[in-house]
Design a protein around this ligand. Structure first.
Ligand code: SF4
Length: 286
């Protein structure tokens, strides 16, 4: 295989997307390998070409890029512009520029990634936060959400949490034990039946879930949860989850938009007990 694209080449490639033929761009990029580890094709998409040093590089949250397990840009609504102040350079999955051309890559999305870009899988990277969540390094719990480690398994169902960037949740105990979850349903089940799932006796010190509307991590201890009961209404992991909202107003708007829920179906985290946990994860509760 020819060497990686030079910085100038890559900038030019990005600028030329849509203006030149795919075949011509493949030639500029160095021949028959598309740079992403996939089999050579005659007409690779220009935006799929990343220099060799990015193929299996680690992102800001230490998640290693797997060239065979990347989302297509179109699937995550990638754009080259920021969204409401959020951009790739501040995302946990961003792989910063490694060759001086100002363009980086991403550990979960294909192709070259502009630092000013954005997609719906955005997850804010907190500077200095390690992947195990102990940002203080002193054993004290960090009362802030941490980046999801690439190999973290949901503490309730065992699924790989990083595969669900729009749905995942997490908690931290007072002894700094941090657990991650695929969804709010698993997080609230863990909260309700902690004895079954936790590896520690320390109390829960913080819990974060993804706001149903914004998909941002919000404080799960003050969130309002709409107790969704229709497993076919939302295309979410594990099929059925309570819908968390940062504000009660948003939860009210949610239940008012569906016929089968009322404001009586809005609860706080403290309402989650074994009965509610069984409603969402009954088959996983002993
Ligand atoms: S915003 Fe999307 S494309 Fe950009 S680094 Fe994050 S996950 Fe990757």
């Amino acid at each position: 295989m020819d060497g990686p694209t030079t910085p100038v080449d890559r900038r030019r490639l990005l600028a030329l997307i849509g203006a030149s033929s795919a075949v011509a761009l493949a030639g500029c990029a160095g021949g028959g390998d598309d740079g992403d580890g996939s089999p050579p094709t005659d007409t690779p998409t220009p935006s799929d070409v990343v220099p060799e040093e990015y193929r299996t590089a680690a992102s800001l949250n230490d998640r290693q890029r797997d060239p065979d397990a990347l989302s297509a840009k179109s699937d995550v609504n990638y754009q080259d512009e920021p969204d409401d102040g959020q951009q790739c350079s501040g995302c946990a999955y961003y792989i910063p520029d490694r060759n001086g051309d100002g363009v980086g890559a991403c550990s979960i999305v294909e192709g070259n990634i502009e630092p000013s870009g954005y997609c719906v899988s955005y997850a804010a990277h907190e500077e200095g936060t390690s992947t195990d969540g102990d940002s203080t390094g002193d054993g004290e719990p960090s009362l802030a959400p941490a980046d999801v480690p690439g190999d973290a398994e949901c503490a309730v169902c065992g699924m790989t949490v990083a595969n669900f960037p729009e749905w995942n949740a997490q908690t931290v105990h007072e002894d700094d034990t941090r657990e991650f979850f695929c969804t709010a349903g698993c997080a609230t089940t863990y909260y309700a039946v902690t004895d079954q799932f936790a590896d520690t006796d320390a109390a829960i010190a913080g819990l974060w879930v993804r706001d149903f509307d914004s998909r941002e991590l919000v404080d799960g201890t003050s969130a309002s949860y709409a107790l969704e009961t229709d497993s076919d209404r939302v295309d979410d992991p594990m099929r059925l989850n309570p819908a968390p909202f940062a504000t009660r107003e948003d939860a009210v708007a949610y239940v008012e938009a569906v016929a089968h829920l009322t404001v009586e179906d809005i609860v706080e985290l403290s309402a989650f007990d074994r009965d509610l946990a069984e409603q969402y994860r009954g088959r996983l509760i002993e």
